[in-house]
Design a protein around this ligand. Structure first.
Ligand code: TPP
Length: 334
């Protein structure tokens, strides 16, 4: 059954699933802040305010078949691709069994081999050229997969970002360059980073289409990314999709945003919280009842509690494994 009133024409079950992942991501993220303030984890970087964009984008892909190179805010996207709450909690604590790096990298440098999710490096935008490379491999092999890679708008000022996008445009590679524009790169506002109004405007100079959508609405993002994926699969090349979002928290657990933005601005942002507005939209379409909303809240709370308890009890990685697989261990020196 499709819900009328949305262009995206998704089934009710799918819309509920989108909401569920947005909700789970939010509750996990909130818990991570608490764990940090309790001194139980060293660092957290938040996706609060970006969830609608991320889940909308993930649902437009063939999850598990297409390739995704996310960036550090993409908790909700990675959950939509198959990361579990437990794996997220293991990652926060750097415990054994976390899938991104086995506890070697900082948290939120997502990798999930079973879902074709490839980890990014800490220097921002390096995943852009990796994505172009994967796109080239797909094209050379004649596969029908596409690649999506994401960055914040500030990272579109990096040379590496231009190189990757340019290469994909020249060779018409099946890549979706997804920009989550929250208007700040740590403390630096967008107008100090770029002379254009939208990050998507940069696409014109590189020879690919660029679109800007409301990233607070998962269905708008879904549609834009679905269209970009269809283009890529048809051999028509890459698309730049920019989702306008809000970063409702400081940059990370180590930042104090009171030094560069007013509390009024933050409150105005929170009043447009995508989780609340999507929930109310689904209620208005009779996709969610008050009972189902309450049940989902209880389930999310339970999953968060169980995931954190599991991670707290889990062991740290073995010291003896620290060098593996970062360094080759069986090299014989002549
Ligand atoms: C090459 C490089 N320069 C600087 C940094 C430090 N740094 C980490 S995140 C960040 C902000 C990036 O902003 P944006 O791309 O807009 O993403 P957002 O964090 O706003 O989602 C910076 C400058 C880095 N990691 N890599």
């Amino acid at each position: 059954m499709v819900v009328t009133g949305t262009e995206a024409k998704l089934k009710k079950e799918t819309l509920r699933e989108i909401y569920w992942i947005m909700l789970l991501a939010r509750r996990l993220d909130e818990r991570a802040w608490v764990l940090h303030r309790q001194g139980k984890i060293a660092f957290h970087i938040s996706g609060i305010g970006h969830e609608a964009a991320q889940v909308g984008a993930a649902f437009a892909l063939r999850r598990g078949h297409d390739w995704v190179l996310p960036y550090y805010r993409d908790l909700a996207m990675t959950l939509a691709l198959g990361l579990t709450a437990r794996e997220f909690a293991l990652g926060l604590m750097g415990k054994k069994g976390e899938p991104s790096s086995g506890g070697r990298q900082m948290p939120s440098h997502w990798s999930l081999r079973r879902a074709n999710v490839v980890s990014h490096s800490s220097p921002v935008a390096t995943q852009t050229s990796h994505a172009a490379g994967i796109g080239l491999a797909i094209k050379m092999r004649g596969d029908d997969a596409v690649v999506l890679t994401s960055v914040g708008e500030g990272s579109t000022s990096q040379g590496e970002w231009y190189e990757g996008v340019n290469w994909a445009a020249v060779h018409r590679l099946p890549v979706i360059f997804f920009v989550e524009n929250n208007r700040f790169a740590i403390s630096v506002p967008q107008e100090h980073q770029m002379a254009v109004e939208n990050a998507a405007d940069k696409a014109a100079g590189l020879g690919l289409p660029g679109v800007t959508v409301d990233g607070l609405d998962p269905l708008q993002v879904y549609q834009a990314v679905a269209a970009a994926a269809a283009r890529a699969r048809a051999g028509e090349g890459p698309t730049l999709v920019e989702a306008r979002v809000f970063r409702m928290t400081p940059h990370s657990s180590d930042d104090d945003d009171r030094t560069y933005r007013t509390r009024e601005d933050v409150e105005a942002m929170k009043a447009r919280d995508p989780l609340g507005s999507f929930r109310e939209f689904l209620r208005s379409q009779s996709v969610l009842s008050a009972e189902v909303v309450a049940e989902m809240e209880a389930q999310a709370k339970q999953q968060v509690e169980q995931a954190v308890a599991f991670a707290e009890a889990a062991p740290y990685p073995e010291v003896s494994e620290a060098a593996h697989p970062v360094y080759v261990e069986d090299v014989h020196h002549a």
